[in-house]
Design a binder for this molecule. Structure first.
Ligand code: SF4
Ligand code: SF4
Ligand code: SF4
Length: 287
């Protein structure tokens, strides 16, 4: 008996073809939408530290074309060869991947792993083709590149975890700082708990700290007791309502706020503070 081969009607073939195409297009559109959604979500953590001379985060993200040239320059700089082994070390500047919690493809660094070494010639900055890294931010009046003008963040000491604040001798962060005695100082004070020892506490100068993170990398505690934060995160903001009566620039703000409610710390309040101190208002820190 001959087997009857049923020929499927042509309409079904066509329908299957279109269904497959539609299915694939659907998948790719959906994939695109998912990826777009993911990319949009893959925004940088507010704790992200950018390369030296980076524009403010919003402008930086609009300007950086994710070419990676800064990271490449950082990797290939002459000073990146380990003197002992003669081998190239990993770059400070990493290019963000999906798992980094930083906008994918943009440069950032993690000081606890690899800090910025504040290279004299700052090779990562002039190579930026879009001025997302703005060379004028690190160029001094003499027209020279000046690493002390870098401003990647601000080092903040966690005084509860810093063992120097416990009275244990440690100056690892202080010694690691390229701007020792300027950006970070050791401040002496009496240890009234023991009565015979002194505290030597690291204090960061917010004006001169560049946020290089050498201190963070050098910190001896299990999790660094000093760490670099973007300035917007690290610093507070008193608001226009409070004015420093002794500061001429701030006084200008008072003039600009004529008729508005302003609280100043003027001579009168300074006298009140002196009276307070004379009356024993300042106690030893452990008392
Ligand atoms: S200045 Fe810092 S980020 Fe730039 S190349 Fe040197 S180590 Fe890398
Ligand atoms: S060189 Fe400039 S544009 Fe290229 S990745 Fe670095 S910051 Fe972005
Ligand atoms: S981040 Fe640390 S090491 Fe770098 S300048 Fe500031 S205090 Fe010094």
């Amino acid at each position: 008996m001959s087997k009857e081969v049923k020929k499927k009607p042509q309409i079904s073939e066509r329908r299957r073809f279109f269904t497959t195409v539609a299915h694939n297009v659907g998948l790719s559109v959906m994939g695109g939408l998912l990826w777009a959604g993911y990319s949009a979500k893959a925004k940088s953590s507010p704790l992200t530290l950018r390369p030296p001379a980076a524009l403010d985060e919003e402008d930086f993200l609009k300007t950086c074309i994710k070419c990676g040239l800064c990271s490449e320059a950082c990797l290939n700089r002459d000073s990146n060869i380990d003197k002992e082994t003669g081998k190239q070390r990993p770059a400070t500047l990493k290019i963000a991947k999906a798992e980094d919690n930083v906008t994918i493809g943009t440069p950032f660094f993690t000081p606890r792993d690899i800090p910025c070494y504040m290279c004299e010639d700052i090779p990562c900055v002039p190579v930026c083709p879009t001025e997302a890294l703005d060379v004028t931010k690190v160029t001094n009046k003499a027209g020279k590149l000046d690493p002390t003008m870098m401003d990647m963040g601000l080092a903040v000491v966690d005084i509860n975890s810093c063992i120097a604040y416990w009275g244990i001798q440690c100056d690892a962060c202080y010694r690691a700082c390229p701007l020792m005695d300027t950006a970070i100082k050791l401040v002496y004070s009496r240890n009234s708990r023991t009565g015979k020892h002194a505290f030597l506490k690291p204090e960061v100068d917010m004006q001169t700290c560049t946020g290089c993170g050498m201190c963070e990398q050098a910190c001896v505690t299990e999790k660094a007791a000093i760490h670099v934060l973007p300035r917007e995160v690290a610093l507070g903001k008193p608001g226009d309502h409070y004015v420093k009566g002794w500061d001429t620039k701030d006084q200008q703000r008072v003039k600009n706020r004529v008729g508005k409610d302003v609280t100043t710390h003027d001579k009168r309040s300074a006298k009140e503070a002196t009276d307070y101190l004379n009356q024993g208002g300042l106690l030893d820190e452990d008392e």
